[in-house]
Ligand binder design. Structure first.
Ligand code: C6P
Length: 411
């Protein structure tokens, strides 16, 4: 079992005191996670001892940098269940990974009238790139509805013979819902379509195996799973990567160049034009080592415990509405809520004065906000370093915010 009090010792930032000496209670890991010393040291070690460009030089440092970068690729590929590291493209973010599929596959393959099914709970990263591609190809976006209790409305899944792609988040960044990706992959394949899974919120918290999920494309962020910002990845079936056009043109992604034309490098390098985020990707490899040592089963069990307690404690606060599934086994540790008439931004500001970092806003999911009938929500999200005391601190702070608002003391 994971002991968050021991885990916390690996995260130097969690020793900080903020806003007049209050201990920091970090509850915004869905936006970006904090980084353990092992990741910070891996990045520092790269710059202090091995810094050079990759795949270019023949001198020692260049060889070391290339080995570290490719070792990180193998670790990250293995972490998402991909035995072939060639199928793992390093990107700077989940957003970049999805744009790579939209630009390299969608633009090449989609025709007028082809349908792209997108769930109503997708982050803008898994919607806007498809809007852009649909505008240019004549393909059509089709909404996959969400039920009132925060699940995908599977009986109303709009997957038909016109569907070419289904886009679904492994876990919602607003509702916490864990989606039935395997079931949807099977439905997509039965209709002759492909499935893209946005793993930005899933991989950090759930044991992930792209083969078991049955997906064709899998995009994720490194910075939400203890890795540095500027790290992330795209996994795709190798034959799809072969078929796709490169997204960025430039150095390293080519095999041979003439003045008028060029041929492409082999995968994954075909998609890594220019100097990649070498140190960040190496840091992501260290994050994967750290998570493996904790064990993803323990990570999940810990978060289910925190989520169960948080759902209980927050439900007891009068006037507080929680969005998303009530069962902690069917959701992750991302809890979005609305408190009486208090705007989420005001709530986040009040909590910040107590040292609690939560997020407020539309969470880059405006169609979902419209579905929920709210302009924004407040959101607390947990990770390996959060404790039950953090959850209690959240409940106490929300209760006190509510009392201050209803007594007018805030005005
Ligand atoms: N969600 C949040 O606070 P990037 O920024 O490219 O690494 O990840 C984008 C992204 C894609 N899909 C999902 C499901 C996400 O949650 C995110 C990032 C953050 O919810 C920042 S908006």
């Amino acid at each position: 079992m994971l002991d968050p009090k021991i885990v916390r010792k690996d995260f130097p930032i969690l020793d900080r005191h903020v806003r007049g000496g209050k201990p920091l209670v970090y509850l915004d890991s869905a936006a970006t996670s904090q980084k353990p010393s092992r990741v910070i040291e891996a990045v520092a070690d790269f710059y202090e001892r091995h810094n050079a460009n990759v795949h270019r030089g023949v001198y020692l440092l260049a060889e070391e940098a290339t080995v570290l970068y490719e070792e990180a690729r193998a670790k990250v590929a293995g972490f998402v269940g991909a035995p072939d590291p060639r199928a793992l493209v390093f990107t700077k973010s989940c957003t970049e990974a999805i744009n790579m599929v939209a630009g390299g596959w969608g633009r090449k393959v989609l025709r007028p009238g082809d349908e792209i099914v997108i769930t109503e709970m997708e982050h803008h990263s898994n919607l806007i790139p498809w809007q852009m591609v649909a505008r240019d190809t004549g393909a059509v976006l089709v909404r996959f509805p969400v039920t009132d209790d925060g699940f995908l409305d599977i009986p109303r899944a709009p997957i038909t013979e016109r569907t070419r792609l289904v886009c679904v988040a492994q876990m919602s960044n607003v509702l916490g819902t864990i989606n039935p990706v395997r079931e949807l992959s099977e439905a997509a394949h039965a209709a002759g379509a492909l499935l893209l899974c946005d793993g930005a919120q899933g991989v950090p918290h759930l044991e992930t195996d792209v083969a078991a999920l049955g997906c064709d494309f899998f995009a994720f962020s490194g910075h939400k799973m203890l890795g540095p910002t500027g790290s992330g990845g795209l996994w795709a079936r190798p034959e799809l990567l072969e078929e796709m056009d490169p997204f960025l043109g430039g150095g390293e992604m080519i095999r041979e160049v003439w003045f008028e034309r060029a041929t492409w490098n082999e995968i994954p390098y075909k998609f890594e034009g220019g100097t990649p985020a070498i140190a960040s990707s190496i840091g992501l490899g260290a994050a994967v080592d750290y998570l493996r040592d904790l064990g993803m089963g323990s990570v999940r069990a810990h978060e289910v415990g925190l989520t169960r307690r948080a759902l209980e404690a927050l439900s007891a606060i009068e006037g507080l509405t929680i969005h998303g599934p009530a069962d902690p086994e069917r959701r992750g540790g991302v809890i979005s809520f609305w408190l009486d008439d208090v705007h989420p931004h005001d709530l986040a500001t009040i909590l910040d004065a107590d040292g609690l970092a939560i997020r407020a806003g539309h969470h880059c999911a405006q169609p979902l906000m419209r579905r929920l009938g709210v302009p924004a929500t407040a959101r607390a999200s947990f990770y390996v370093y959060n404790t039950l005391e953090d959850v209690e601190a959240l409940a106490v702070a929300l209760q006190s915010a509510r009392e201050r608002f209803s007594s007018g003391a805030w005005l």
